[in-house]
Design a protein around this ligand. Sequence first.
Ligand code: IPE
Ligand code: IPE
Ligand code: MG
Length: 247
Amino acid sequence: MTILERIDRNNTPRHIAIIMDGNGRWAQQQGEDRLFGHNFGVEAVREALRAAQELNVEYLTMYAFSTENWGRPKDEVDGLMDLLVRTIGKEVDELDESNVVIRTIGETSGLPASCQEELDLAYERTRNNTGVNLVLALNYSAQWEMVEAVKQISDLVNSGSLDKSEIDRELISSHLETKGMPDPELLIRTSGEHRVSNFLLWQIAYSEFHFTDVLWPDFKQDDLYKAVLDYQSRDRRFGLVSEPLEK
Ligand code: IPE
Ligand code: IPE
Ligand code: MG
């Protein structure tokens, strides 16, 4: 039986979020510079996307550039932005043909103009598609997202259009970048690091975490299937007691 065949099709996540990590270390292992790793990381995004499509996942959220990543050497940041523009430009036809909806979370207004233009074209091209939502986290930080939500909500309260008593979880969710999206049932991080690095802090309240030592450029469809199998082996209790314990 292949890994794919072992997956229970009735219990697949609707939303998978991935912290794609390890491009730099992968490049270092090949004796190349960090950008070489980022370039190969694009192929791994294709692999993850194909696997998500195979499993009919509705949302695949990929952490591509964090707000903190601006602090990396200028050459690397410029190279990453350039890679983003080139990749979206090159892939948009194929993504559109395979019914993918391209979305982003994060402060995209802080990206170079060329990136914003390429992204706007991609949103426009794919907005009426009905397949998987490929959500790119770009210039994203969960704490930034929460600060923005607090500002938006306080404006509503100050202007009298919202009463403090109306602030609840749903309202806060609806002011986050992920508004309208289900929370990820599964969060994957590659490269052996066991941390969240300012990704989706609110939305992962009850996510299952899957960590793998695979470095991102080596990530294959089977690695996503393995993560889903691992997810399916978990007993998600949401603060309650599991069935057999209830007796
Ligand atoms: C992840 O790989 C890609 C981005 C953060 C853009 P890294 O570049 O963080 O690779 P390592 O962690 O240094 O190996
Ligand atoms: C997290 O990876 C950000 C992305 C994958 C885009 P980092 O490599 O930047 O995170 P740290 O520095 O290991 O926490
Ligand atoms: Mg890293």
